[in-house]
Design a protein around this ligand. Structure first.
Ligand code: DLZ
Length: 171
């Protein structure tokens, strides 16, 4: 079988995040996992891209379903002030249960986040894990037992800096 690099290859460009203002909105559902993802994103942005810790605003909501509304409200509020957010990361963890809840929430949240992003003109990183079981969620937050575990918050932090810088350049 032909092999290929799974996931995203690093960009050739160097991004400077020192003037970026970032909003992270995260859920308190599945909080231990969400917390690891928020930490992965935050530490990546500050350590790899010089994003200033004081320029990262962190807000929480109850569950993933609330993420699009919260992002929309906070973006609106920031636009009324003097300083806009250059980029937003919405972080949540949906784990499939025995009812249809997961399907409805996952669909609504992904559509909602895309709508808020396009309507507001602010890029929003889709940091919502949609997992079939607890183990998948733990692995993707770097907390599992497998060697292949990887904290996806790191990727979301990198994506946020790239999109924040590009948004600033393209505006
Ligand atoms: C109700 C619910 C369920 C069953 N599962 C999750 C989940 O796995 N992850 C998550 O972030 N939120 C879940 N929620 C809560 C909903 O997102 C939402 O907070 C409530 O339905 C209230 O609107």
């Amino acid at each position: 079988m032909t092999s290929f690099t799974k996931g995203v290859v690093p960009s050739n460009e160097k991004y400077d995040g020192s003037s970026l203002r970032v909003l992270i909105v995260h859920t308190r559902w599945n909080y231990e996992i969400v917390e690891a993802l928020v930490r992965g994103a935050t530490e990546t942005m500050t350590s790899e891209y010089n994003v200033k810790a004081e320029n990262i605003s962190v807000q929480s909501v109850s569950g993933s379903y609330e993420l699009p509304f919260a992002a929309q409200s906070l973006i609106k509020a920031s636009k009324m002030g003097t300083q806009w957010f250059n980029v937003v990361i919405c972080i949540g963890v949906l784990i499939k249960g025995s009812t249809m809840h997961f399907e409805y929430i996952a669909e609504a949240v992904s559509q909602g986040i895309m709508k808020v992003s396009l309507d507001s003109g602010v890029p929003i990183v889709f940091g919502v894990l949609t997992c079939l079981d607890d183990e998948q969620a733990l692995e993707r937050a770097g907390l599992g037992n497998k060697e292949s575990k990887h904290n996806h918050g790191i990727d979301w932090g990198r994506c946020a800096v790239e999109m924040g810088v590009k948004n600033h350049k393209w505006m």
